[in-house]
Design a protein around this ligand. Structure first.
Ligand code: 9GP
Length: 814
């Protein structure tokens, strides 16, 4: 094992300033006098990267030469957030950076803000992947994140004058991007299409076209671990850049067609997280990054070997399949082993099954990918054959286990018409996990029940977590300082359960007041942030009440906006005494998939409720509503620390876990929520008395479905709800146009698949309890402290330790 060399730091601030100057001068060609904040950002990023370089090389060498199995995290999304502050923190260079940029005549915040946030993920799934690679590096576990360097990330969201969502492309690479190393010499060829022929009794795939997968390496520095792992994102390039003959025939578009076709593969992140579009390109993307990554791992672990002993592959690296997106890796590894390295089927299968594990992140059946077999056959004909054979083998295995014929049919991986990727992943890997206790239980009891009956030992749970470095230390420096003061140490940043030491301080009024002051200061900062970014005025002496997440019916933004409307109507018509109303500012942040009609209409409604409420003098000072555009990591880092009440109000049994809920609890917000996803575990840990629970549980939801759900009944039964819906239907939020929200209203009254109406009364009723507590700031803040103190479990470090123990069976480098 190579000796771990300490990172080059500590450098002095002067030295760091010199390094920035050098970068500006030699790499960027600008003087300090000419430099803008954006120039200094690039220079500082490169200077930090240089400091991480040696530790990166050492970690790579130890990963290959040591005896510790590495982790390969295969994920179509890595939602990293801005990198500079995080890299500085982990490299131990924050103070030097601050002093250096000040010496150069800049404000550190302006430099950090100059970074453009890469949006290579849709939401929770991608952000979880980013937290996990941070934790792997911080724990010193050798790991590779493998994904795609999309040219366009998740769309930028704006609102038009009618409040409708408008999507614009997020061209995050339009300026210099200082973090990635593009490595043309470690490229991989990925092929598609064509046919399978028999040659000398062997199946030979003759693909029709190929693209060049070029890796772009991002350094993933661990916090205080002196380890730097790799995030390898593939970008697609063409082997045929330019067809000169076509060009000379004046066929200019044709001349670049192969290039366009190839580069399309890594062009755009699908702005979807559960519905299905753009099938072909999406499958191309999945195969592209998975095939390149598997070949890359063989290159890394068996350098220069023509005939490596790949029976040892699962001892070198274990691959985690993040949702179904990378599951095509299972037939691909089979193909590589059989066709490229000559292993027999059984040996290949043993290696493959040992190599992969699968995390399922959803409970919505429609979010488990199912590919038409015709599409797989066209794009990956050899893989389709392999999948069919896996499917047959699986059926035979189930038969041997005595599973009934009809159950075997229900469990088919390959149905003839389609391939069910979740089933392939469950059979083709060693372990399957859900992402919260309740979710894992429901996977076993419902979604993958037959599989869990047949293979009970495969199933386990790993509750999600979030990195405290980004989501407490960087997002909430004031709270971090107070925690460190309270605990007398900053070790909690790498051992989050130490937060429990804060629990007794919830009884110490002086500490509670300091905690309240931190929250107030964060609210004040957010008021400034919102003014700068969105041009809005916010009253910081109101309760900050936040609901931020993707827009989806099951998450029930509708429930929140109906409750807001009902509050508004109540104040207006006097059923609620205005003097009794606790002033609140309600924040929403949510992107809707561009093709998701009702989700987009909900955004439009929220924007228009905001317009009406915020301009109505009758409710001024009592109620304000803001739909903040383009929710992203930066907004999360600013809004979460300022939030006092967090909304986690999905229908029970639909949110697999949620991770926003963890971030809010760790930043001292109280939660109003249902018994869903990780809310269940958060409530258990922080204490039922410190969590505002409402609504039906999973069993109640199920029995209501079973007995026949009639939403109109709930509309008739609660005058508050009726009034709110009537206002929407009557045109109050559409300048009198009664049709504007008709589809949404019709859905609520006749379908309401996620039972928003059934949970409305319970949700509206709990508000009195929330507001009563809020009028006693000491009591409120005591509970908020207990939320922080008891949420240490929700560190992604703990999640990774659970994966290591339950699934990966590996650990830190020696
Ligand atoms: O919807 C889940 C969310 O509940 C969970 O927190 C996140 C990370 O595990 O994954 C989300 N799932 C997806 O985005 C698609 O399966």
């Amino acid at each position: 094992m190579t000796e771990i060399t300490a990172p080059k730091s500590p450098v002095t601030a002067e030295q760091f300033a010199d390094e920035i100057r050098e970068q500006l001068k030699y790499a960027q060609g600008v003087t300090v006098e000419q430099a803008t904040a954006a120039d200094v950002y690039v220079a500082a990023a490169k200077a930090v990267r240089n400091h991480l370089q040696d530790a990166w090389f050492t970690t790579q060498a130890d990963t290959v030469n040591g005896n510790t199995k590495a982790v390969g995290y295969l994920s179509a999304e890595f939602l990293m957030g801005k990198q500079l502050e995080n890299a500085l923190l982990n490299a131990g260079l924050t103070d030097q950076f601050d002093a250096a940029v000040e010496a150069l005549g800049f404000q550190p915040k302006d430099i950090v803000d100059a970074e453009y946030e890469p949006g290579l993920g849709n939401g929770g799934l991608g952000r979880l992947a980013a937290c996990f690679i941070d934790s792997l590096a911080s724990l010193g576990v050798p790991a590779f994140g493998y994904g795609i360097q999309y040219r366009y990330g998740i769309f930028k969201q704006q609102f038009d004058e009618n409040g409708k969502q408008v999507e614009t492309p997020d061209y995050w690479l339009s300026n210099e991007e200082p973090w990635g190393h593009i490595d043309y010499n470690r490229d991989q060829k990925v092929s598609f299409g064509g046919e399978v022929v028999e040659e000398n009794g062997k199946k030979v795939w003759k693909p029709a076209w190929s693209v060049r997968a070029v890796p772009v390496d991002y350094l993933v520095p661990g916090y205080k671990s002196q380890r730097v792992n790799t995030l390898r994102l593939w970008t697609a390039r063409s082997y045929d850049e330019f067809d000169l003959l076509a060009f000379n025939r004046s066929e200019y578009m044709e001349a670049v067609e192969p290039k366009v076709k190839a580069e399309n593969i890594s062009k755009i992140l699908y702005p979807e997280d559960s519905t299905k579009v753009g099938k072909e390109l999406r499958l191309e993307q999945q195969y592209f990054f998975v095939s390149a990554s598997l070949h890359d791992a063989i290159r890394v672990f068996y350098p220069g070997q023509d005939k490596p002993d790949l029976t040892t592959f699962p001892d070198k690296i274990t691959f985690q399949l993040n949702d179904t997106h990378p599951v095509i890796g299972i037939p691909e590894l089979m193909r590589i082993l059989i066709d490229e390295y000559g292993y027999d089927w059984d040996t290949a299968w043993t290696i493959t099954q040992k190599t992969f594990n699968y995390t399922c992140h959803t409970l919505l059946p429609e979010a488990l990918e199912v590919w038409p077999s015709s599409l797989i056959g066209e794009l990956l004909p050899r893989h389709l054959e392999i999948i069919e054979k896996i499917s047959d083998q699986f059926k035979a295995e189930l038969k041997d286990k005595g599973v009934a014929e009809n159950t075997i049919n229900d469990m088919a991986i390959y149905t003839g018409d389609a391939v069910r990727m979740a089933y392939l992943a469950t059979y083709g890997g060693s372990h399957v996990n859900g992402v919260a206790e309740l979710h894992s239980q429901l996977l076993k009891d419902v979604t993958l029940k037959n599989f869990s009956d047949a293979y009970p030992d495969k199933f386990t749970n790993v509750t999600n977590g979030v990195t405290p470095r980004r989501f407490i230390k960087l997002a909430n420096p004031a709270l971090s300082d107070l925690i460190t003061e309270g605990l007398g140490t900053d070790k909690w940043l790498s051992d989050l359960e130490l937060l429990q030491g804060l629990a007794p301080l919830a009884q110490d009024d002086e500490f509670v007041k300091k905690f309240a002051a931190v929250k107030q200061a964060n609210k004040h900062s957010f008021v400034g942030f919102a003014k700068d970014h969105y041009g809005i005025d916010i009253d910081e002496n109101t309760m900050f009440n936040t609901m931020v997440k993707r827009l989806h019916e099951y998450k029930r933004q509708s429930l929140k906006i109906l409750a807001v409307i009902s509050r508004y109507a109540g104040i207006k018509n006097g059923t609620i005494n205005a003097d009794d109303v606790l002033p609140r500012t309600v924040f929403f942040g949510a992107k809707a998939a561009p093709g998701y009609y009702l989700a987009k209409m909900t955004i439009q409604l929220i924007n228009n409720v905001s317009r009406v409420v915020n301009n109505d003098p009758d409710v001024k000072g009592k109620l304000a509503v803001h739909m903040l555009p383009n929710y992203n990591i930066e907004m999360a880092q600013n809004l979460i620390p300022a939030t006092e009440l967090d909304e986690q109000i999905s229908q029970a049994g639909k949110e697999a876990s949620g991770t926003g809920n963890m971030k809010f609890a760790l930043n001292g917000a109280l939660t109003v929520g249902t018994l869903d996803g990780a809310n269940v575990e958060i409530r258990e840990r922080v204490g039922a008395e410190n969590f505002f629970l409402f609504g039906m549980n999973v069993d109640e939801v199920e029995s209501l479905y079973a007995t026949g759900y009639d939403p109109a009944k709930y509309y008739e039964a609660d005058p508050r709800l009726k009034q709110a819906i009537d206002l929407v239907a009557g045109g109050t939020f559409s300048e009198g146009d009664r049709n504007a929200y008709a589809p949404l209203v019709a859905d609520w009254l006749t379908k309401d698949w996620f039972m928003t109406l059934a949970d409305f009364s319970s949700y509206a009723n709990i508000q009195a309890q929330i507001e009563e507590l809020y009028t006693h700031p000491l009591d409120w803040n005591r509970k908020a402290i207990l939320n922080v103190a008891n949420s240490g479990f929700f560190s992604s470090d703990r999640s990774i330790e659970d994966y290591l123990e339950r699934i990966w069976h590996t650990g830190p480098l020696a």
